[in-house]
Design a binder for this molecule. Structure first.
Ligand SMILES: Cc1ncc(COP(=O)(O)O)c(C=O)c1O
Ligand SMILES: N[C@@H](CCCC[NH3+])C(=O)O
Length: 427
């Protein structure tokens, strides 16, 4: 979101103390830039909110939001846990030197090979999602003579107020064990009977880009009610209650997210009033940790003016590096990084370069007078940008640069045409 604290110097957008126009020149565009101090700040805000609320806690960064070696290394420095949802994310985290015992392995259809990989690398916990997986894991543990921590992912029957594709807690969802129909109890019984699985606790995640505290408080209440029910039936009380992620961020001025302090305090109040022995609370924020820290720099190219209609200003990237506007009608805001001090003179559609009419990054963006070669910076692109990037139209994926305290460091190289060709074989 465009705010007063966006830094500029000599009319140029500054990110983490570095001139963004220099970054565009040095590394080319499109370019993802992350302000690492903003990532660290957000983690510290979560930590202090938990400490103020007097809860035992763990923060597990949901790495699907942005999963490259360098971010796992920042998470290691910040002493948080991470969660991964595939063998690829797990491999990347391990290659980054991230400690395996601080990794939670999620996913609604983990393959046999992924489960073997998780077991052999001794991940901290496997988040069990379905009966097929309980069966696979049970067989792997028996064969490998291994024991492992597990949690049950439950579908609590809560519909979060967010885009349909970002809802995950409603009963009609592909994720987790349904509570209402008794699947959750059946899963618990199977896990408790398996001597190779240690049931660490229960988990639920209601969705993503959620603004109010209401859904999270409702979730906390419901999970405690479920835990009490389990206690009666199995004499089991969870060591850990994992409430997932989903905390919204401001992409535009219409978005009004809750602060970490506010929702954690409300959850704490709810939990303390509801049970004598509050479990350790884990959360899995992704977007709220990396989203606001990310900027995507583009070079402006062509322009199309149509009489009496909004003009199109095109950039050298688009849906291949940010699928969210096309997929979720997500809204973003941008600034012209080399003209921060110039007056707004028009509103334009910011179009991408992909062969799709739906490849519009921003529907209506106020702009100063622009020309080809100007640098457009789209704000708050740190989450689900690079991680959902693709090679449609055979466009290479952009590079990623981290900036902190006035220094910049390339952390992911720009894909090249020969990278694109490296998997192709002749016929
Ligand atoms: C299980 C789970 N945890 C955490 C997250 C992270 O969500 P967000 O990036 O909105 O915080 C997701 C994604 O929606 C998820 O599926
Ligand atoms: N990819 C989604 C969020 C993650 C949903 C995963 N359950 C987004 O960009 O908003």
């Amino acid at each position: 979101m465009i705010t007063d604290d966006l830094k500029s110097k000599n009319g140029h957008l500054m990110i983490g103390g570095v001139d963004s126009v220099d970054l565009a020149k040095k590394y080319g565009t499109p370019l993802y830039v992350f302000d690492v101090s903003s990532i660290r700040d957000q983690i510290r805000k979560f930590k202090s909110a938990f400490e103020n609320a007097g809860l035992h806690y763990q923060i597990s960064y949901a790495s699907k939001a942005f999963a490259v070696k360098a971010i796992y290394q920042v998470m290691k420095q910040e002493a948080v846990h991470i969660d991964v949802v595939s063998g690829g994310e797990l491999q990347t985290a391990l290659a980054a030197g991230f400690p395996s015992d601080k990794i939670s392995f999620h996913g609604n259809n983990k393959t046999f090979e992924e489960l073997v990989m998780a077991v052999q690398n001794h991940v901290g916990v496997i988040m069990l999602d379905n009966f097929h997986e309980i069966d696979l894991l049970s067989r792997i543990l028996k064969t490998d003579h291994e024991k492992i921590n597990v949690m049950l992912r439950l579908t609590p029957g809560i519909s979060a107020h967010t885009h349909k594709y970002d809802q995950t807690g409603q009963t009609d969802s592909k994720f987790g064990f349904d509570v209402e129909s008794g699947q959750a109890k059946k899963a618990m019984q199977l896990v408790l009977e398996d001597e190779n699985m240690n049931l660490l606790g229960i988990h639920a995640h209601i969705g993503s880009q959620i603004f109010g505290t209401q859904g999270f408080v409702m979730l906390a209440k419901k999970m405690i009610a479920i835990a009490k029910d389990f206690k009666q039936e199995f004499n089991y009380w969870p060591e850990v209650l994992n409430l997932g992620g989903g905390f919204g961020i401001s992409y535009t001025e219409d978005d009004d997210p809750i602060t970490a302090q506010k929702f954690i305090q409300q959850i704490a109040d709810e939990l303390k009033s509801d049970c004598d022995k509050v479990p350790e609370i884990w959360i899995e924020p992704g977007r709220s940790i990396v989203g606001p820290a990310g900027y995507t720099l583009y070079t402006i190219g062509s322009r199309k003016d149509i009489p009496n209609l909004t003009p199109y200003v095109a950039v050298d990237g688009g849906m291949g590096d940010n699928i969210r506007p096309a997929l979720y009608q997500a809204k973003y805001e941008a600034v012209v990084a080399n003209k921060m001090d110039q007056p707004i003179v028009e509103t334009a559609h910011i179009a991408g370069k992909y062969c799709e009419s739906g490849d519009i990054l921003i529907d209506k963006q106020p702009l100063p007078a622009t020309k080809a070669g100007d640098i457009l910076a789209v704000l708050d692109t740190g989450a689900y940008g690079y991680s959902m990037a693709m090679n449609y139209n055979r466009n290479p994926r952009p590079a990623v640069v981290f900036v902190e305290n006035g220094h910049d460091k390339l952390v992911v190289k720009r894909e090249t045409y020969s990278d694109l060709l490296s998997l192709d074989l002749d016929y």
